[in-house]
Design a protein around this ligand. Sequence first.
Ligand SMILES: [Zn+2]
Length: 81
Amino acid sequence: MDYYITDNGKYVTVAKFAPDASGTPQDVYTIMGGSCDCPSPQRPCKHQRLVNQWRKHIEKNPYEFGYYFDDEDGKFHELPF
Ligand SMILES: [Zn+2]
């Protein structure tokens, strides 16, 4: 799965896409005030951990914008557009 994260300052969304899919995400999760609206009983959930990784990645790569996370290789990649 590919995950695309956006932070609008008030909340963070994690959109989940099937690999090579364009257009509509399969799911979109919202993280606000340290909690995620996904149904996972695990806290922090996968999405919260992903957002933390994403923030670290952006700190180290401040001049690059737009990443998605591929959970097959466990890495962030630049968006192909
Ligand atoms: Zn979650």
